[in-house]
Design a binder for this molecule. Structure first.
Ligand code: NAD
Length: 482
């Protein structure tokens, strides 16, 4: 099977911070892959804009190196020169006045104009203002805003207000790359495209839901940035919250940006406050030859968490009484992201002597090996009576769909959605604020009582207390498997 590529309109995409890490690792290699796939049609161009004093040729060299390093198999496609010819560069300081008229002169009428803010969040406001005051953007332009979107409700509100004074909400694309992942969208296809699951997707049949995003890496070179943020701000408020919304939301009336985002917002608004005993924070300890979190963060007195596990409830008819267990952390035993819907036990087993608890579990794997499996109970093959065994009905996309499963990376997909003008997979301003409104009291509580994170062993599943969090409810975490 060959992937279907839907062409997009001709565009000028300006990447502010076009020489930075995110641009080099994700955005530019992603655009190159879309170019090869035939999606960067017409005379579309990419314009790097950053503080470095480069010209077009210098920028093309930089992008060439980035693609050699991060471009995957496509770097050998023989089409790099063609792609590089579409690149331009304008030196610009987001906080200064130089360079803006050059950028304005370069922009063309009659094509989609998009501006990717791949710079520190402290510059988002300055960029929005200058795009507007220098008349670079135009009424139909789109801006793409990276995370983090504020570090609390006050900051997010301020940023929303600044952006709103220059752009309409329909022009603002707040990116959360988790929403661009193939499996995350598949989650909606599975829930709302099949008759099988939706009737069971409620407190009558679901025992609990687990969401795990586990990383093996530490904070490494991002230590000082991360130390001001922590797992709650860096992962839970955005990525895990978005996954939770898609799992828990009511069916939107249509697959359309505001219909989907309205339902996600209702979930966030229905989240119960989290009590201190429902949440565990952790920090990775030193290991043989490996630095501790505090050493990585270069802050010997840091109380920032590199791990968090929590139990939360949703106050609505569908989910009353169903716990959601979320956890995320660094330096854990495997790199693995999974959503598991654990269904309730059968109320009665007719199979005599079958003492084991058999459960249907729908597991949605985001990484590695994106796919879905459903644990079902069957008869163990062979003679000797009715012994039951749990087996997975596995659908690893790469096996089931072949080439078709080679979906674009999340960033590529989301950038193409920006060009198409499709905001479905981007966060709306009120969603982000609602997520902070729920997160802020938790973080404020930690700060008020100088909460000290529990140390955990590198390569483990997190602190012992995180096990207790779920064990005391008579449940257990799923194994973190790579
Ligand atoms: P970076 O420090 O590597 O790059 C920053 C870029 O901004 C550089 O191109 C630099 O020249 C430019 N810049 C700095 N000051 C400027 C100014 N005054 N005017 C114009 N340009 C200026 O940062 P990064 O890691 O690429 O991150 C960029 C954004 O993406 C940040 O908001 C970050 O939080 C977000 N983000 C990054 C990653 C990642 O993996 N790197 C992941 C998620 C989100």
């Amino acid at each position: 099977m060959v992937s279907r590529v839907i062409p997009v309109d001709t565009f000028d995409l300006v990447i502010f911070g076009g020489t930075g890490d995110l641009a080099r690792r994700k955005i530019l290699p992603g655009l190159f892959r879309r170019f090869i796939a035939g999606q960067m049609t017409g005379e579309s161009r990419v314009i790097g804009a950053a503080r470095s004093e480069l010209d077009d040729a210098g920028y093309r060299d930089l992008v060439c190196e980035a693609i050699a390093e991060f471009g995957g198999a496509e770097k050998d496609s023989g089409r790099l020169e063609e792609f590089l010819a579409r690149l331009h560069y304008v030196p610009i300081d987001a906080t200064g006045e130089g360079g803006w008229s050059d950028l304005r002169d370069l922009m063309r009428d009659g094509v989609v104009r998009a501006f990717y803010f791949s710079v520190a969040p402290s510059l988002f406001g300055a960029l929005a203002e200058r795009l507007h005051s220098n008349d670079v953007a135009g009424p139909d332009a789109r801006i793409v805003v990276e995370k983090p979107f504020g570090r609390d409700l006050g900051g997010a509100r301020e940023l929303n207000a600044t952006l709103a004074s220059h752009f309409d909400e329909r022009q603002i694309y707040r990116i959360d790359h988790y929403l661009g992942k193939e499996t995350v969208q598949n989650l909606m296809a599975i829930r709302f495209g099949n008759v099988l699951f939706e009737p069971l997707w409620n407190s009558h049949y679901v025992d609990h839901i687990q969401i795990t995003v586990a990383e093996t890496v530490g904070v490494g070179g991002r230590g000082s940035y991360y130390d001001k943020s922590g797992a709650m701000r860096d992962m839970v408020q955005n990525h895990l919250m978005q996954l939770l919304c898609l799992i828990a939301m009511e069916p939107p009336s249509q697959f359309e940006a505001d219909a989907v985002r309205d339902e996600k917002l209702k979930v966030i608004r229905a989240l119960q406050p989290v009590e201190p005993h429902q949440i565990v924070r952790g920090q990775y300890d030193a290991a043989a030859g490996a630095a501790s979190y505090r050493e990585d963060a270069e802050n010997p007195r840091s109380f920032t968490e590199s791990f968090v596990a929590l139990k939360l409830g949703i106050s609505n008819l569908r989910w009353a009484g169903v716990p959601f267990y979320l956890r995320t952390g660094k330096k854990l035993k495997a790199r693995s992201s999974e959503i598991a819907v654990v269904f309730k036990d059968l109320p009665h087993s007719m199979f005599e002597g079958d003492e084991k608890r058999h459960r249907n579990i729908l597991s949605i794997r985001l990484q590695p090996n994106e796919g879905i499996d459903l644990q079902v109970t069957i008869k163990e093959p062979g003679p000797g009576g009715m012994r039951l065994v749990d087996v997975p009905l596995d659908m690893t996309f790469a096996d089931a769909l072949g080439d078709e499963a080679e979906a674009p990376d999340a960033y590529e997909r989301l950038i193409m959605d920006v060009i198409r003008g499709n905001q479905t997979l981007f966060m709306r301003g009120d969603e982000v604020e609602a997520a902070w409104r729920w997160t802020d009291p938790i973080i404020e509580g930690w700060e008020a009582r100088s909460d000290v994170p529990k140390l955990y062993e590198q390569g483990s599943s997190g602190p012992e207390d995180a096990q207790m969090l779920i064990h005391r409810d008579g449940r257990r975490w799923r194994d973190i498997r790579g």
